[in-house]
Design a protein around this ligand. Sequence first.
Ligand code: FES
Length: 191
Amino acid sequence: MADMGGAASANSATEMLEDGVRRRDWIHIAALSTAGVGAASVLIPLVTQMAPSADVLAESTTDIDVSAIQPGQSIKAVFRKQPLFVKRLTPEEIAAAKKDDSANMRDPATLAQRTKEGHEDILVTMGVCTHLGCVPLGAAEGENKGDFGGYFCPCHGSHYDVAGRIRKGPAPLNLMVPEYNFTTDSVIRVG
Ligand code: FES
């Protein structure tokens, strides 16, 4: 019986000890969490003062005059802090893109679906590879345009065609076409 009583008090002491440890841990964790929240609440205002708010950024638009872009040329612009490519396709590139509309593609889309009616020679895409976000080559004179004559991402070898469609390499999707409209025959508003 004495042994049983000893065992019972030992168990009780162990429970108390464990309970005590748990309590201390909880107080410790609670204190850390409070400190963490306090630090975050100091940092966030500093960061938000330095950057445009998400609302402002999300609603921002970019106007681009495309009249100076010659057939076969692309320009690089910036839209919401990310690279944007605007390309004027040559008649040969338009024909090649249409010919490939029915090709077996990873992310099927026709040239007409990726351009505006009456402006199929103007291709507007984000300059951000859909694999891991590198900026593809091909927009500037003399850059590698890849095996399909559009854009080539040197990071891991993704090849996009003249319509910015993924044709080879690890990228899962076509170069993204952002929301945009022609505000005049020669100006687009992106966003
Ligand atoms: S980021 Fe472009 S291929 Fe990997």
